[in-house]
Design a protein around this ligand. Structure first.
Ligand code: EPZ
Length: 448
């Protein structure tokens, strides 16, 4: 397994382009199953999660041709309806093929995704939503088996998609996608409002769907007989952008971001500015409405001293849980006590123990962590546990004095394209090594 070797204490400077969003790309790719017409997706990031989704689509009869950052897809064999366990277990987001396959092909068999490092990850809301559209759902040998009614089509209806932690992003994607081909109209109440849902609705409408209200808690979908092809550019990745902003803040740097979805990250910008970070759009002066609010150019400047803040993660437009770990790395260096409350994934704190190994003072009390700022972090071997916890450790390693070795960087490759190259291009010292190369260098890699 590869590791990152990070020499900390270096300032960053330069410009990074924010890639297309992983969490938009996955349901968009799944939505290509709703038509037999050609679909082109642009600005598709080169990530292992994307490769897994393309492999799954190939098994479901979709011809896939990647051409640089564009991917051309067309369903040419619509007989297969089974998303097998060995793919779903490597990427639980495979669940988002359930709605499209069911609606287009009349039945679907998708392995029940397991849990992961950040929590149990249930899909009960997905199933409740599809049942509300007339689907019959059975569980057999760990597989979800879904069928449309005898009429051959799902039937539009009203469904409430709220659960104990708010709405569900991929559950909304599944039900919204399936409802585009249902007989009649569907109303989703308590839909996820994430920008990735808006991007999916935009693409589906360009394919001929009739969706209104995406981005609000109530989404209405008027079913149509079929959908056509589309050429669609994926929105930029707000979590990648926020990760870079935290990296600049934690290393006391000033960097530029291009293709930055500022309009989709107001809560993160609000908290960063409370920390003392300046985020200045340079493409349009303040007060002038930008022509592309999701594709901005901006400068991120860290203050001399980071201020402590309070953060509670919430569904969009609240503070995103996917930036919680990265923010925590930054707050380890603030001048006082910060508080993070995690309301989406209560177990999403595996990064805490690793930060403490680096000298951070973080105390977890249930779903809340108190971070007492320290003067500095010290490099150490640490263990990545999930995608965003890994990004947190990279940020901490860049801010720390000395050498940090981040183990199991396959987690990072799921959601960040060539992260070590991109951060090195703006001044970081990050090297990807195999464990053999590491031992040849005489560097301990055991992260405990
Ligand atoms: C999406 O996951 C994202 N993944 C996650 O990003 C993100 O953390 C999450 O939304 C929340 O914003 C993708 O888009 C591929 P949910 P999703 O269903 O849709 C509970 C990353 O780091 N719940 O919105 O699977 C669930 O347990 C990843 O990029 C139910 O109870 O998340 C959680 O507490 C990690 N029943 C909350 O709802 C359900 O049927 C939100 O989950 C579904 C979810």
């Amino acid at each position: 397994m590869d590791v990152f070797v990070i020499e900390g204490g270096r300032k960053l400077s330069g410009s990074l382009r924010v890639n297309g969003s992983k969490n938009a790309a996955l349901p968009l790719l799944a939505a290509t199953l709703l038509t037999d017409q050609p679909v082109t997706l642009r600005d598709v990031p080169e990530l292992s999660d994307i490769r897994n989704m393309l492999r799954l689509l190939g098994e479901l009869g979709v011809e896939v041709e990647r051409d640089g950052t564009s991917v051309k897809l067309q369903a040419v064999d619509e007989t297969e309806v089974h998303a097998r366990y060995d793919i779903v277990r490597t990427m639980r987001a495979s669940i988002c093929v359930l709605g499209p396959v069911l609606a287009r092909r009349g039945s679907a068999r998708v392995s029940m995704p397991g849990g992961c490092a950040i929590g149990q990850r249930p899909v009960d809301l997905h199933l409740r939503g599809l049942e509300a559209l007339g689907a019959t759902i059975e569980l057999d040998g760990g597989d979800i088996i879904a069928r449309v009614p005898k009429s051959g089509r799902l039937i539009g209806d009203t469904v409430f998609l709220g659960g104990p932690f708010g709405s569900t992003v991929l559950g909304t994607a599944n039900v919204m996608s399936a409802a585009t081909l249902a007989q009649g109209t569907t109303v989703i109440e308590c839909a996820a409002c994430e920008p990735e849902i808006v991007d999916l609705a935009d693409m589906l409408n360009a394919m001929g769907a009739k969706i209104s209200g995406a981005g609000s808690p109530r989404v209405t979908i008027e079913g149509v007989e079929s959908l056509g092809g589309v050429d669609h550019t994926i929105i930029p990745d707000r979590i990648e952008a926020g990760t870079y902003m935290c990296a600049a803040a934690a290393t006391g740097s000033t960097i530029e971001l291009t293709n930055c979805p500022l309009d989709a990250m107001m809560s993160a910008v609000d908290r960063l500015e409370a920390v003392g970070v300046h985020i200045d759009p340079t493409d349009h002066p303040r007060g002038v409405t930008p022509d592309q609010p999701l594709r901005r150019t901006c400068t991120i400047s860290a203050p001399d001293q980071l201020r402590p803040v309070q953060i509670t993660t919430q569904p969009h437009p609240g503070f995103p849980t996917d930036l919680q770990a990265q923010f925590m790395a930054m707050m380890c260096l603030a001048s006082g006590n910060s508080v993070i409350t995690e309301k989406i994934f209560p177990e999403r704190f595996l990064h805490v123990a690793e930060l403490v190994r680096m000298g951070a003072q973080v105390h977890r009390h249930g779903t809340t962590a108190v971070i007492s700022g320290v003067n500095g972090l010290t490099g150490a071997p640490v263990m990545a546990s999930d995608l965003r916890a890994s990004a947190c450790l990279v940020i901490a390693g860049m801010a720390a004095q000395g050498t940090t070795i981040v183990n199991r960087v396959y987690h990072i490759d799921r959601g960040y394209e060539k992260l070590e190259e991109r951060l090195s291009s703006i001044g970081a010292s990050i090297t990807r090594m195999t464990e053999d190369q590491l031992s040849e260098q005489g560097l301990a890699s055991t992260g405990g």
